[in-house]
Design a protein around this ligand. Sequence first.
Ligand SMILES: [Zn+2]
Length: 180
Amino acid sequence: MGRRYRRLVSDVRCFGCGALVADVGGPVHAYMLAAPGCWAVYGALLEWRVSLVGPEGVTTSQQMIDAYAAQHATNDDRRNRQSVAVHLMSLCASLERGIPGIRLRHLIGTWTHRDYPSLLPLPAAYEVTVRDVAAAAPEARAEAVLAWAGASWSAWSGHQNQVRRWLDHALAAEGRRPGG
Ligand SMILES: [Zn+2]
């Protein structure tokens, strides 16, 4: 019977991360396509993100960017393929190698100078999405971001070895750079 009393704004599942978000119009990222309602949830978190300071804060901030990008492999555009690849490399570096966000910010810029293939098949689902992070209380949010990052990385288990090879190659190249 409740169906007669429809909510004014219905929900839609984001075709990137699968989060249930408001079915609204609005801006989206240029190539990292998402439901506008999903992009809006992420955008609303940015105010909290700028409050993240210090080495741990920067790591959390980077994990946010990486997790969102890794969950929005939504088209075959070269920039989207590159975004998914380098942000998965960054998640791997952060979660498995303990490389701090401050260093990753610098490194990612050096990883984008090449073309990356599409990683197919895509993950079927993500256990934690941007919605869970938005729903967390501010004091619990950094922990929610870590869970989001972990869920994003583990969902790509079928491609983790490929990502680790890219990361190893990139870190070795960084080590050979004069003064690097
Ligand atoms: Zn989404």
